[in-house]
Design a protein around this ligand. Structure first.
Ligand code: ADP
Ligand code: TRP
Length: 344
């Protein structure tokens, strides 16, 4: 007898992603995630949520959390997500995420979670003091994705491992419950020069909300002056730009600025070098600052305008949640049957 490959998932393509409401969004979030959301919504049905359940895996001030959710929603809208096209909602408004996450907690293996580098990075030396939620965080992420049977997940490079875990969970669930092809095996969408934007102060560290230096990142809410200042102060080296990317090996900060320019201009890094080869950072930085201001400046302004009308944001999120639930509820009902739960 030969083993037959299990039937693959045969349902429709769907895009899903989310961002945690845990601080100001920056250029890395924008290029690694948000710009892709706006682009994809016109190609494939797109579901984008604010991950407030993930946020509380580390302490969040309860009085501030709702406003933090609105800020991320405003960033989604300001970067071009259209609530009539994409489904935009808060994770905690769709309880099916948590229901599916419990089942997945029983599918995922401890050994799989032990390998997660994001947990190791966040927990540092004192993992016994972290919440259990921080440890099972990637299991909830798998539920976020699979409750909509999403097939494509636009994220930055740092999320690839969580997507591998999501595929492992989907495969084991399909196998364990004799449901071949029930869940898809979703793919991360990380292409493009913005998948890993580095700190402006240290070209070997990821640009991150949690970096204590505000000069390490360009925030979505920075005004034109702040953006230009940060680009001007960015760490570089005294050498001129080379003709090819190979010439940037060992020059992490220089490489990062070229990558950022390319991503913001919608060009390849090679095109950027073709234009600037031979020039030093004294010439390149003002061009990069102008470009960053022209792309990022209007986003901050639009966010402030949207946040002045929180009732409108709340209405958009409520509408998104009810559309999301229409899709999530049947999945959870089917899963309950497959698992053999008492309550269906
Ligand atoms: P942070 O790491 O700043 O806390 P999040 O973990 O909330 O950001 O990430 C939200 C989204 O932005 C994810 O898709 C993540 O992969 C992406 N992202 C975060 N930092 C970067 C970066 N420096 N470059 C590219 N994408 C990033
Ligand atoms: N873990 C993601 C991050 O840190 C946020 C997230 C939660 C997510 N659930 C998701 C991203 C589902 C994509 C799909 O950025």
């Amino acid at each position: 007898m030969t083993d037959q490959a299990p039937a693959p998932y045969a349902g429709p393509e769907r895009v899903l992603s989310g961002v945690q409401p845990t601080g100001d969004l920056h250029l890395g979030n924008y290029l690694g995630a948000l710009v892709k959301f706006a682009r994809l919504q016109h190609e494939i049905p797109t579901f984008i949520f604010v991950a407030d359940m993930h946020a509380i895996t580390v302490w969040q001030e309860p009085a501030k959390l709702k406003q933090q959710v609105r800020e991320i929603a405003a960033a989604y809208l300001a970067t071009g997500l259209d609530p009539k096209v994409a489904t935009i909602f808060a994770q905690s408004a769709v309880p099916e995420h948590a229901e599916l996450a419990w089942v997945f907690n029983c599918v995922a293996r401890l050994g799989w979670l032990d390998r997660m580098t994001q947990f190791k990075d966040k927990a540092g030396k004192h993992k016994e003091r972290e919440s259990v939620g921080l440890y099972t965080y990637p299991v909830l992420q798998a539920a976020d994705i699979l409750v909509y049977k999403a097939t494509k997940v636009p994220v930055g490079d740092d999320q690839k491992q969580h997507l591998e875990l999501t595929r492992d969970i989907a495969q084991k669930f399909n196998n364990d419950f004799s449901a071949p092809g029930y869940f898809p095996l979703p793919e991360p969408l990380t292409q493009g020069p913005g998948a890993r934007v580095m700190s402006l102060r240290d070209g070997t560290a990821k640009m991150s909300k949690s970096d204590p230096s505000d000069n390490s990142r360009i925030n979505l809410t920075d005004d034109a002056d702040a953006i230009s200042q940060k680009v001007r102060k960015a760490r570089t080296d005294p050498d001129p730009l080379p003709e090819t990317m190979e010439g940037l090996e060992g020059r992490a900060e220089a490489k990062n600025l070229v990558t950022i320019y390319a991503a913001l201009a919608g060009q390849s890094e090679a095109q950027v070098l073709a234009e600037f080869a031979g020039q030093g950072f004294g010439a390149f930085k003002p061009k990069l600052a102008d470009l960053a201001v022209s792309v990022m400046g209007p986003i901050g302004g639009e966010m402030r305008r949207l946040l002045a009308d929180p009732a409108e944001i709340d209405r958009i999120l409520a509408d998104g949640a009810s559309r999301a639930r229409e899709l999530a509820a049947p999945t959870v009902a089917e899963v309950k049957k497959l698992v053999g739960y008492w309550a269906g």
